[in-house]
Design a protein around this ligand. Structure first.
Ligand SMILES: *Cc1c(COP(=O)(O)O)cnc(C)c1O
Length: 387
């Protein structure tokens, strides 16, 4: 067995001296909470994506929650979403008192299948939350047609998709709202953080809700020319981003094109190496998109290679390669399974894909030797199973 000398972690954050200096400068500035750095980060992020408006928040989960609230989704409503996602996509639907309706995915991209969305519409459907899985944009054209026809809000969970585009338009420029994540493992990180982008009238409604529902922020109130008076316009949330986080985000945003180029190069090396492996399928990239390459999920043909996914993950771990699984479909988690009575086979494409899914390390900190260690470990693990 070949084993690299040190464990290769799945997804460490990519933080350098520039980010550290920017955070220190923010700490020295005296503004610890939402202030000038957050404002600048919102402006820079809107410029980068071409979004008409942007609101920086404490997480993507917060951004998704706000998106549902400002679209008026509440008790009695249904929201259609994909089962192949992280828990927050559906948890926020529960937070507003609505019912998540999980639908199946396309077999190639593992993105929400527009045909299944159309089939799941009822008189109660109010919104669709689509996830750009692994950074590959969903079929926005088909989803927009369905949502326009049924007067539904199309909300994008863009946690994986900073920098991605669909038919030449950047993700985040949608007619409704898109929610980005800056969690530690994401393509751009502020430690914890998120951004809501999209229609200015919706962002204007979300802005006070992200800070208690107050009519003015601390930044407005504590300036010399500020005013102590404020009004509570709604029972809002505590979802603001902080200035040190935004300072980190500004540096990460400047570095993003170079970091994305490295992700592309690594994914290209994997694509080429694994094209020779009939027992593994690699993530596809459609002609009309630019993918953000957040993840590199491969699907193992368990029967042909004689390995279960757990055995394959263990074999890679033995070879000092860290991996992960994206995602355990939401409809098989106890809460959603028991509350709504789902069985695994109810969403068969997602469930079958899940049984062979493994995400390989893909981040800009990998050098060429690391990438070839991963490739060799995959071949070696499959060879050992075959002999
Ligand atoms: C990471 C992630 C989230 C949550 O992001 P946070 O910023 O941690 O709230 C939501 N959806 C998907 C698909 C994710 O991968």
């Amino acid at each position: 067995m070949q084993r690299r000398s040190e464990f290769l972690p799945f997804s460490p954050p990519n933080i350098g001296e520039e980010e550290i200096a920017a955070v220190v400068a923010a700490l020295r500035s005296g503004w610890l909470t939402r202030g000038p750095q957050v404002h600048e980060f919102e402006t820079a992020f809107a410029m980068y994506t071409g979004a008409p408006a942007a609101l920086a928040v404490s997480s993507c989960t917060a951004a998704l929650h706000l998106a549902l609230v400002v679209n008026g989704v509440g008790p009695g409503d249904e929201v259609i979403t994909t089962t192949m996602t992280f828990a927050s996509t559906a948890n926020v639907i529960e937070h507003v008192g609505a019912k998540p309706v999980f639908v199946d995915v396309e077999a190639d991209t593992l993105n929400i299948d527009p045909n299944r969305v159309a089939a799941a519409l009822t008189a109660k459907t109010r919104a669709v939350i689509a996830v750009h899985y692994a950074g590959h944009p969903v079929n926005l054209g088909a989803l927009r047609d369905i949502c326009a026809g049924a007067e539904l809000a199309l909300i994008e969970d863009a946690a994986h998709a900073v920098g991605a585009s669909y038919k030449g338009s950047m993700v985040g420029t949608s007619a409704n709202l898109a929610a980005f994540s800056f969690y530690a493992t994401k393509n751009l990180t502020t430690g914890e953080g998120g951004m809501l982008t999209g229609a200015p009238e919706l962002i204007d409604r979300a802005r006070p809700l992200a800070l208690h529902g107050m009519s003015r922020t601390a930044w407005n109130r504590y300036q010399k020319e500020g005013n102590w008076y404020y009004e509570i316009l709604a029972p809002g949330f505590k979802y603001n981003m902080t200035d040190p986080a935004a300072a980190m985000g500004l540096v990460q945003l400047r570095r993003l094109p170079a970091m994305q180029a490295r992700r592309d190069a690594i994914a290209g090396m994997y694509d080429e190496a694994f094209s020779r492996l009939p027992v593994v399928s690699t993530p596809p990239v459609r002609d009309d998109v630019v993918t953000a390459r957040h993840l590199y999920p491969i699907q193992l043909d368990r029967e042909r290679c004689g390995l279960e996914r757990a055995e394959f993950i263990a074999a890679l771990a033995e070879r000092n390669i860290g991996t992960s699984v994206h995602f355990i479909p939401l409809h098989i988690h106890p809460y959603y399974r028991d509350t709504y009575g789902y069985r695994p086979g109810d969403l068969p494409v997602a469930y079958e894909a899940y049984r062979g899914l493994v995400s390989l390390p893909l981040h800009p900190g990998l050098c060429d030797d690391d990438v070839s260690d991963v490739i060799h470990a995959v071949f070696d693990a499959l060879d050992s199973a075959a002999t």
